[in-house]
Design a protein around this ligand. Structure first.
Ligand code: NOJ
Length: 525
């Protein structure tokens, strides 16, 4: 049963969702306590960001033990309880898998540091001698995607038995996130073990982190051009020598082969490519089920750009018969309300784009807080935690602004997220956006998203896997799913325009009689 083909997947950045023990950091018990809310929201599945044992340099994307739960987030018992309860609430549970790199605190990396160049321990990572007369230059000219060089030098013992500067190791992100060497069979075997470990505990699937990584070019040659750093954590990765090498598809085939032994489980990954052919490769019948597509997220609030993004995403999956997978928001990019213009305009546009997204065929990924219309938060330098901030030499602020914890209820600091001090400060404005208040307000963003998710699930107009476009006034778009009666119209222009014919089923804002105002979308039947 391919439940994921039209699923709404709700991404939980565990650290920022709900804190059960007052330490200011969200945890698995916190997620468990909010399952009723998630059921009410109507989503089909959860995607939990990494909760594994980690020094938290990249907030869990630096995994020290992929088969255990970090004490900050709970324990294996908490995880098992969460999966059982989620299933009782009709929610599937998918989890992030981080196969491209480990933490520098992983026992393998520690062993590598304690071992000599050329040892089997070093062969699990990319260790190389440096260039230059004394090996003082990195083995190639790559920068890390967090900024700064992608290589760090370690201390080794020389022929005279003295410690001194030695080999370099590769890290496409922070130095605390060494890249694994996927030509080493031990890496394959260990990843397979991790997959089975969680599948046997009942997870419904995985989101593969850095899905374009893993495979490196033979010989790790220099890049002919300067590589982008720091801003690239969200950009498309076409023609980036660090990513999208053909060998990565063998990794996805291995992962898929393991999952195929567990019926009904899904494997997804973010495929940050513009090229439709290369995009489609990741969704061949023996690779990912879902390729999270960032084209729509990258499109500005402009009808032509939105239509082009949708058409290109549909074209990318069509040939391989995979469903498209839409997202407007993740823990790595500015939130839609902020991206589309901030304040009431940004909010109206984010609501409109949510209706566009939820009208489309395929799977949809929501990111926690998107349903509340949360904006990014302007944080002072002193509280920034994303490694991008330090590794870019404090030139890029990183992604903390979209990771501020969820406001659940009340007006007091913590807003029901925590009884302690939240790990990132929650601004007073979040008090006006709490889930509790929005549940009571039929005009709220939460009520809009709830209703849209419900209609998407129950209304016959949401059948059909292709899209037909209608003529629309300049700056607007209108489409329906082929063979269905439901029309989605978006007005991204500055003037109100006549609504297409039909009865309004849902609108993202107040309509003006028969007119669709600017920054508004409507569903009609
Ligand atoms: C992608 C994740 O979404 C991001 O948050 C993380 O920093 C990198 N992968 C590294 O694992």
């Amino acid at each position: 049963m391919q439940w994921w083909r039209d699923a709404v997947v709700y991404q939980i950045y565990v650290r920022s969702f709900s804190d059960s023990d007052g330490d200011g950091v969200g945890d698995l018990e916190g997620v468990r306590s909010r399952l009723g809310y998630l059921e009410l929201l109507g989503v089909d599945a959860l995607r939990l960001t990494p909760f594994y044992t980690s020094p938290m340099v990249d907030h869990g994307y630096d995994v020290a033990d992929p088969r255990n739960v970090d004490h900050v987030f709970g324990g294996l018992d908490t995880f098992d309880g969460l999966v059982t309860d989620a299933h009782e609430h009709g929610l599937r549970v998918t989890i992030d898998l981080v196969p491209n790199h480990t933490s520098s605190e992983h026992e393998w990396f520690r062993a590598a540091l304690d071992s000599a160049p050329g040892s089997p321990e070093r062969a699990r990572y990319h260790f190389r001698p440096g260039r230059g007369p004394h090996g003082e230059e990195p083995p190639n000219n790559w920068t890390s995607v967090f900024g700064a060089p992608a290589w760090t030098r370690v201390q080794d013992i020389d022929d005279a038995g003295e410690w001194g500067p030695g080999e370099w190791y590769l890290h496409l992100r922070a130095p605390d996130q060494p890249d694994l060497n996927w030509t080493n069979p031990e890496v394959w075997a260990d990843t397979e073990k991790t997959l089975r470990f969680w599948l046997d505990r009942g997870v419904d699937g995985f989101h593969i982190d850095t899905a374009l990584g893993m495979s490196k070019p033979d010989g790790l040659p220099d890049s002919p051009e300067d590589l982008p750093g720091a801003d690239v954590s969200t950009a498309a990765l076409d023609d980036d020598p660090r990513f999208d090498h053909d060998g990565v598809h063998d990794v996805h085939r291995m992962i898929r082969a393991v999952l195929d032994h567990y019926p009904g489980r899904v494997v997804a990954g973010e495929v940050r490519l513009r090229d439709v052919e290369r995009f489609a490769h990741y969704l061949r019948p023996d690779e990912l089920h879902l390729g999270v597509d960032v084209r729509l997220m990258h499109a500005p609030f402009d009808a032509d750009a939105v239509r082009e993004a949708i058409e290109s995403s549909l074209a990318a999956v069509e040939k391989v018969g995979a469903p498209p997978t839409w997202t407007l928001s993740t823990h790595d990019v500015p939130r839609p309300v902020t991206r589309y213009g901030r304040g009431p305009v940004g909010c109206a546009r984010a609501r409109a784009m949510a209706l566009v997204e939820l009208a489309l065929p395929g799977a949809v990924c929501l990111y926690n807080g998107e349903e509340l219309g949360l904006p990014d938060v302007e944080l002072p330098d002193a509280v920034l935690q994303d490694p991008i901030w330090e590794h870019s030499g404090r030139t890029e602020r990183g992604r903390d602004a979209c990771r501020v914890p969820m406001p659940w209820e009340g007006g007091a600091p913590g807003f029901g997220f925590t009884s302690g001090e939240p790990w990132l400060p929650m601004p007073p404005e979040y008090g006006e956006l709490t889930a509790a208040d929005q549940l009571e307000d039929t005009a709220s963003t939460l009520s809009l998203i709830r209703r849209a998710v419900e209609l998407r699930k129950t209304h016959p107009g949401f059948r059909g896997s292709s899209v037909e476009w209608f003529g629309a006034p300049a700056g607007c778009l209108a489409f329906r799913r082929a063979g269905s009666t439901l029309v989605c119209a978006l007005n991204a222009s500055a003037e109100a325009v006549p609504l297409p014919p039909g009865d309004v089923l849902l609108a993202s804002g107040q309509l003006q009689g028969n007119l669709l105002p600017p920054d508004t979308a409507a569903w009609l039947t």
